[in-house]
Design a protein around this ligand. Structure first.
Ligand SMILES: *Cc1c(COP(=O)(O)O)cnc(C)c1O
Length: 229
């Protein structure tokens, strides 16, 4: 299977899942997660019409962008350390992984110094998984006012990485919980939070059914990674 074939298959599955749940397929964007794969594979995906790419490591993101075709949209989907904010902000169209108040303050300050605004999603640990980054739902409801008030931040929605389950249906409650949290935050703060980043290779159809607007798919597009990253 070529990358183009894989992309066609994933796009068809996204459209089918959207239609089955009464959603417009155009409201779901595919983020092709290119981590561990070379820029040549990014170019192959781009040639097949893919425009949005995700990386989970800053070094890899910064190295791959100049080697890849121009005009692509790059998202950082992994944990961001404070000392890398300055390098990432100018090249990252959307940060999926705002996972602490301290990081929010750093991004706000540095975006100000760079004369820009930072578009981002707040990462939520909906399952209360100790191994995962992100705010607990309760902590986020507590501090969302503060995040929303930071002048250089543009919070666009929420993101989650639920625990792996063999049966993707077992993850559905976590996706639904993220959507309901988003609804509560929108209501409480009168701020639009249109984006829900949820769903990976083995569970993205379920995520789309629960309202995902961004699905982050690596393996089903590029193939199985040799090493987990
Ligand atoms: C690697 C990664 C993905 C993609 O995972 P696949 O199972 O390969 O689709 C999605 N989101 C995050 C945060 C990742 O690190």
């Amino acid at each position: 299977m070529s990358i183009a074939d894989n992309l066609a298959r994933v796009r068809a599955a996204i459209s089918a899942a959207a239609r089955d749940s009464g959603r417009d397929p155009d409201t779901v964007r595919l983020v092709a997660v290119s981590k561990t794969w070379p820029a040549a594979d990014v170019a192959e995906a781009a040639a097949a019409g893919q425009t949005v790419f995700g990386e989970n490591r800053v070094q890899e993101l910064l190295g791959k962008i100049p080697e890849s075709p121009e005009g692509l949209e790059w998202h950082l989907i992994g944990h961001l350390q404070g000392n890398k904010v300055r390098k990432v902000l100018p090249v990252c169209a959307l940060l999926h992984s705002l996972d602490s108040l301290e990081l929010a303050r750093q991004i706000d300050r540095i975006a100000g110094e760079l004369g820009m605004r930072a578009r981002l999603l707040v990462q939520v640990n909906v399952a209360g998984d100790d191994a995962k980054y992100g705010f607990s739902p309760a902590a986020l409801e507590e501090c969302f006012d503060e995040i929303a008030a930071m002048p250089r931040l543009e919070p666009c929605g929420l993101m989650t990485v639920p625990p792996y389950e063999d049966d993707p249906e077992a993850v559905r409650p976590h996706f639904a919980a993220l959507r309901r949290l988003r609804d509560r935050l929108q209501q409480a703060h009168g701020l639009p939070l249109p984006e829900l980043s949820m769903g990976m290779s083995h569970d993205y159809p379920v995520a789309v059914a629960e309202g995902a607007t961004l699905v982050r798919v690596g393996t089903s597009v590029f193939g199985r990674r040799d090493y987990p990253a």
